[in-house]
Design a protein around this ligand. Structure first.
Ligand code: F6P
Length: 365
């Protein structure tokens, strides 16, 4: 089938590099004679009309370095369980998506999103829409790809924040607890923690015991260090405990995590007798200009996605498996998480350096 017109949309939380993917898709598609339609606010733009626009290379000029997404996004837009503000409750709008896909004259879709969006993309593929997925998340937890754009930018930002927090920690002889994103996986906490010289790193993959953390902080004090830095992924949890939640989720909305660093700081103050403060980096990690690494990765993903469209390769996700950008079946991706393996070399190295993960394994200097 000859592809003449494709749609592109971004779903889930924003990540630095989304615009770089859109730009790569638009430029490479247009250079191959394929028209690109930008779809606004994830699948919402396919549920009602008036939320699409033709994108030409001119429209994407200057967006390479911009954070966010020029198309808008939502992490509430699951067409299979669509939230509406009436008493009808959840409505399945997936048929409407397929109808509008044809009504808008589209031959294929490029869907840029995280594991939730990609799971929806696979279901829509099965309903007959030719789709190529592009993985997006600052958390770096999508299976099948070694890395995602946005992760490098988030780690750089968090590292810079930890560097800055050292000033107050040192000056006031305090414990500073820094909460970073990472709901199911601790990639950001691990990389930023090691890069920022943290003393304690708490990640979802390794349940922690604050008594062990406190013992480590007191040990540091005994050895002459008068401050400590704790980096905690928002999804880390105590042994036998639960993740800290701000709000429960439902079929269409993910639960909202938060509160871990406040609890840790309060309890560590009690356990160590040292003054503790906490900082939640939150959405600052998702903002701002993408690093050159993320711009290049995003551009490679966008270019590969259009290659797939031209080759008629659908129901796949483009993925980074260095040195190549490859494709993996979409069905292997959605709704799963790539977690930090407990025997990952950076965990072993961090432990060897004396960083504790709150599980009692590690050195004491
Ligand atoms: O992109 C994933 C993520 O960064 C998670 O780590 C975090 O829990 C979530 O997004 C927060 O998303 P929002 O507050 O935008 O719903």
């Amino acid at each position: 089938m000859q592809i003449r017109r494709i749609g592109v949309l971004t779903g889930g939380g924003d990540a630095p590099g989304l615009n770089a993917v859109i730009r790569a898709v638009v430029k490479s598609a247009c250079n191959s004679g394929i028209e690109v339609v930008g779809i606004e606010d994830s699948f919402d733009g396919l549920i009602e009309s008036g939320r699409t626009r033709i994108l030409t290379p001119k429209d994407v000029t200057g967006i390479l370095r911009l954070g966010g997404t020029m198309l808008g996004t939502t992490n509430r837009g699951n067409p299979f369980a669509y939230p509406v503000s009436t008493t009808d409750g959840k409505v399945d709008y997936s048929t409407r998506v397929t109808e509008n896909f044809h009504k808008f004259g589209l031959d294929a879709l490029v869907v840029i999103g995280g594991d939730g969006t990609l799971a929806i993309a696979h279901r829509l593929s099965q309903n007959g829409i030719p789709i190529v997925g592009v993985p997006k998340t600052i958390d770096n937890d999508i299976v099948g790809t070694v890395s995602c754009f946005g992760f490098d930018t988030a780690v750089n930002f968090a590292t810079d924040a930890i560097d800055r927090l050292h000033s107050t920690a040192e000056a006031h002889h305090r414990v500073m607890v820094v909460e970073v994103m990472g709901r199911y996986s601790g990639w950001i906490a691990l990389y930023a923690g090691v890069a920022g010289g943290a003393d304690v790193i708490l990640i979802p993959e390794i349940p922690f015991d604050l008594n062990i953390v406190a013992a480590r902080l007191k040990e540091r004090e005994r050895l002459g260090a008068r401050f400590s830095i704790v980096v905690a992924a928002e999804g880390a949890m105590p042994v036998g405990g639960k993740v800290s939640l701000l709000a429960e989720g439902d079929a269409a909305t993910a639960e909202r995590l938060g509160g871990l660093s406040a609890t840790c700081a309060r309890q560590l103050e009690t356990l160590t007798g040292k003054e503790a403060r906490y900082v939640v980096l939150g959405h600052l990690q998702r903002g701002g200009t993408p690093t050159s690494h993320d711009r290049v990765l995003a551009t490679r993903f966008g270019g590969k996605a259009v290659e797939c469209v031209r080759n008629g390769e659908f129901d796949v996700m483009v993925a980074s498996q260095p040195p190549e950008i490859v494709t993996v079946p979409l069905e292997t991706v959605g709704g799963k998480q790539k977690r930090v393996p407990p025997d990952f070399d950076l965990i072993r190295t961090a432990r060897a350096l004396g960083i504790t993960f709150g599980d009692g394994i590690g050195q004491k200097c």
